[in-house]
Design a protein around this ligand. Structure first.
Ligand SMILES: [Zn+2]
Length: 182
Protein backbone atom coordinates (compact mmCIF):
# COMPACT_ATOMS: atom_id res chain seq x y z
CA UNK A 1 0.00 0.00 0.00
CA UNK A 2 1.46 3.32 -1.05
CA UNK A 3 1.33 6.54 0.92
CA UNK A 4 -1.40 7.88 -1.36
CA UNK A 5 -3.68 5.00 -0.37
CA UNK A 6 -3.34 5.99 3.27
CA UNK A 7 -4.65 9.50 2.74
CA UNK A 8 -7.38 8.49 0.30
CA UNK A 9 -10.51 8.19 2.42
CA UNK A 10 -12.38 5.95 0.02
CA UNK A 11 -9.47 3.48 0.19
CA UNK A 12 -10.18 3.02 3.91
CA UNK A 13 -13.82 2.11 3.46
CA UNK A 14 -14.92 -1.50 3.73
CA UNK A 15 -16.73 -2.59 0.56
CA UNK A 16 -18.44 -5.51 2.27
CA UNK A 17 -19.99 -3.18 4.84
CA UNK A 18 -21.15 -0.76 2.13
CA UNK A 19 -23.08 -3.53 0.40
CA UNK A 20 -24.43 -4.75 3.74
CA UNK A 21 -25.63 -1.20 4.39
CA UNK A 22 -27.50 -1.06 1.08
CA UNK A 23 -29.11 -4.47 1.70
CA UNK A 24 -30.15 -3.48 5.21
CA UNK A 25 -31.67 -0.24 4.02
CA UNK A 26 -33.30 -1.63 0.92
CA UNK A 27 -34.59 -4.93 2.27
CA UNK A 28 -34.89 -4.75 6.07
CA UNK A 29 -37.12 -7.86 5.92
CA UNK A 30 -34.88 -9.76 3.49
CA UNK A 31 -34.32 -9.46 -0.24
CA UNK A 32 -37.33 -9.40 -2.53
CA UNK A 33 -37.70 -9.34 -6.29
CA UNK A 34 -37.76 -5.82 -7.84
CA UNK A 35 -39.95 -7.12 -10.68
CA UNK A 36 -42.71 -9.12 -8.98
CA UNK A 37 -42.07 -8.21 -5.33
CA UNK A 38 -41.82 -11.85 -4.34
CA UNK A 39 -39.76 -12.72 -1.28
CA UNK A 40 -39.02 -16.17 -2.74
CA UNK A 41 -35.54 -15.33 -3.91
CA UNK A 42 -32.37 -17.34 -3.71
CA UNK A 43 -28.83 -16.08 -3.60
CA UNK A 44 -27.04 -16.64 -6.86
CA UNK A 45 -23.38 -15.90 -6.33
CA UNK A 46 -21.64 -12.56 -6.53
CA UNK A 47 -20.96 -10.01 -9.22
CA UNK A 48 -18.01 -10.88 -11.44
CA UNK A 49 -16.13 -7.65 -10.78
CA UNK A 50 -17.53 -6.61 -7.36
CA UNK A 51 -16.98 -9.49 -4.95
CA UNK A 52 -19.46 -8.26 -2.28
CA UNK A 53 -22.30 -7.43 -4.66
CA UNK A 54 -24.76 -10.26 -4.06
CA UNK A 55 -26.76 -11.63 -7.00
CA UNK A 56 -30.23 -13.14 -6.63
CA UNK A 57 -32.66 -15.21 -8.64
CA UNK A 58 -36.43 -14.94 -8.16
CA UNK A 59 -38.19 -18.27 -7.87
CA UNK A 60 -41.54 -16.72 -8.75
CA UNK A 61 -40.72 -14.93 -12.02
CA UNK A 62 -37.20 -16.28 -12.71
CA UNK A 63 -35.90 -12.70 -12.79
CA UNK A 64 -32.30 -11.97 -11.90
CA UNK A 65 -31.14 -8.97 -9.94
CA UNK A 66 -28.49 -7.89 -7.47
CA UNK A 67 -28.02 -5.59 -4.47
CA UNK A 68 -27.93 -2.47 -6.63
CA UNK A 69 -30.39 -3.34 -9.40
CA UNK A 70 -32.92 -0.55 -9.78
CA UNK A 71 -31.02 1.92 -7.62
CA UNK A 72 -29.14 5.06 -8.57
CA UNK A 73 -26.06 3.22 -7.34
CA UNK A 74 -26.06 0.73 -10.19
CA UNK A 75 -24.61 1.15 -13.63
CA UNK A 76 -22.50 4.09 -12.50
CA UNK A 77 -18.76 4.29 -12.85
CA UNK A 78 -18.23 5.24 -9.19
CA UNK A 79 -17.76 2.37 -6.73
CA UNK A 80 -20.38 1.98 -4.03
CA UNK A 81 -18.01 3.22 -1.29
CA UNK A 82 -17.69 6.56 -3.09
CA UNK A 83 -21.49 6.90 -3.09
CA UNK A 84 -21.62 6.05 0.60
CA UNK A 85 -18.97 8.66 1.41
CA UNK A 86 -20.77 11.20 -0.76
CA UNK A 87 -23.96 10.56 1.20
CA UNK A 88 -22.06 10.85 4.46
CA UNK A 89 -20.61 14.21 3.46
CA UNK A 90 -24.05 15.41 2.38
CA UNK A 91 -25.27 14.60 5.89
CA UNK A 92 -22.39 16.71 7.23
CA UNK A 93 -23.66 19.59 5.07
CA UNK A 94 -20.54 19.79 2.90
CA UNK A 95 -20.91 21.63 -0.40
CA UNK A 96 -20.55 19.80 -3.70
CA UNK A 97 -17.18 21.50 -4.13
CA UNK A 98 -15.95 20.31 -0.72
CA UNK A 99 -17.19 16.79 -1.41
CA UNK A 100 -15.42 16.82 -4.77
CA UNK A 101 -12.17 17.83 -3.07
CA UNK A 102 -12.50 15.14 -0.38
CA UNK A 103 -13.26 12.41 -2.89
CA UNK A 104 -10.92 13.61 -5.63
CA UNK A 105 -13.76 13.90 -8.14
CA UNK A 106 -14.92 16.55 -10.59
CA UNK A 107 -17.42 18.98 -9.09
CA UNK A 108 -19.79 18.22 -11.98
CA UNK A 109 -19.69 14.49 -11.15
CA UNK A 110 -20.43 15.22 -7.50
CA UNK A 111 -23.25 17.55 -8.51
CA UNK A 112 -24.86 14.74 -10.50
CA UNK A 113 -24.37 12.28 -7.64
CA UNK A 114 -25.86 14.49 -4.94
CA UNK A 115 -28.85 15.31 -7.16
CA UNK A 116 -29.49 11.62 -7.72
CA UNK A 117 -29.09 10.83 -4.04
CA UNK A 118 -31.54 13.57 -3.07
CA UNK A 119 -34.04 12.22 -5.59
CA UNK A 120 -33.95 8.82 -3.93
CA UNK A 121 -31.71 5.85 -3.47
CA UNK A 122 -34.07 3.48 -5.24
CA UNK A 123 -36.07 5.87 -7.37
CA UNK A 124 -34.50 5.03 -10.69
CA UNK A 125 -36.35 2.71 -13.03
CA UNK A 126 -35.08 -0.85 -12.59
CA UNK A 127 -32.81 -2.23 -15.27
CA UNK A 128 -35.07 -5.22 -15.70
CA UNK A 129 -37.71 -4.88 -18.40
CA UNK A 130 -40.96 -3.68 -16.85
CA UNK A 131 -44.33 -2.52 -18.03
CA UNK A 132 -46.24 0.39 -16.55
CA UNK A 133 -45.11 2.48 -13.64
CA UNK A 134 -43.09 0.90 -10.90
CA UNK A 135 -41.97 2.37 -7.62
CA UNK A 136 -39.83 0.31 -5.30
CA UNK A 137 -38.64 2.49 -2.48
CA UNK A 138 -37.28 5.90 -1.90
CA UNK A 139 -35.03 7.73 0.49
CA UNK A 140 -34.42 11.41 0.95
CA UNK A 141 -31.27 12.59 2.60
CA UNK A 142 -31.31 16.26 3.34
CA UNK A 143 -27.97 17.91 3.97
CA UNK A 144 -27.80 19.62 7.32
CA UNK A 145 -30.86 17.89 8.70
CA UNK A 146 -30.53 17.86 12.48
CA UNK A 147 -33.64 16.34 13.98
CA UNK A 148 -36.10 18.57 12.15
CA UNK A 149 -38.37 16.16 10.36
CA UNK A 150 -40.77 18.94 9.36
CA UNK A 151 -37.99 20.60 7.41
CA UNK A 152 -37.21 17.28 5.76
CA UNK A 153 -40.82 16.86 4.73
CA UNK A 154 -40.97 20.41 3.42
CA UNK A 155 -37.77 20.26 1.44
CA UNK A 156 -37.56 16.62 0.42
CA UNK A 157 -41.12 15.39 0.17
CA UNK A 158 -43.52 15.98 -2.67
CA UNK A 159 -46.60 15.25 -0.56
CA UNK A 160 -47.76 14.00 2.78
CA UNK A 161 -46.99 10.36 1.99
CA UNK A 162 -43.58 11.20 0.59
CA UNK A 163 -42.88 13.28 3.68
CA UNK A 164 -43.71 10.42 5.94
CA UNK A 165 -41.55 8.03 3.99
CA UNK A 166 -38.73 10.57 3.91
CA UNK A 167 -38.81 10.85 7.70
CA UNK A 168 -38.91 7.11 8.16
CA UNK A 169 -36.09 6.48 5.72
CA UNK A 170 -34.01 9.37 6.97
CA UNK A 171 -34.36 8.00 10.49
CA UNK A 172 -33.39 4.54 9.34
CA UNK A 173 -30.39 5.92 7.48
CA UNK A 174 -29.25 7.87 10.52
CA UNK A 175 -29.63 4.83 12.76
CA UNK A 176 -27.60 2.80 10.33
CA UNK A 177 -24.84 5.33 9.93
CA UNK A 178 -24.64 7.24 13.15
CA UNK A 179 -25.59 4.83 15.92
CA UNK A 180 -23.64 6.87 18.47
CA UNK A 181 -25.65 10.05 17.85
CA UNK A 182 -29.05 8.32 17.88
ZN1 LIG B 1 -39.78 -11.99 -9.36
Amino acid sequence: MGASDLINLSGLIDDAKCFALVRQHRWPEGACCPVCDSGAVIRDGYDDTQPYRQRYRCKACAGRFDDLTGTVLSGHHQPLRVWVLCLYFMCLNLSNRQIALELGLDASDVQAMTEQLRRGLVAKAPEVELGGEVEIDEVYVVAGHKGQPKEVAKRGGSGAAAGWQARRDAARWRRTNHPSSA
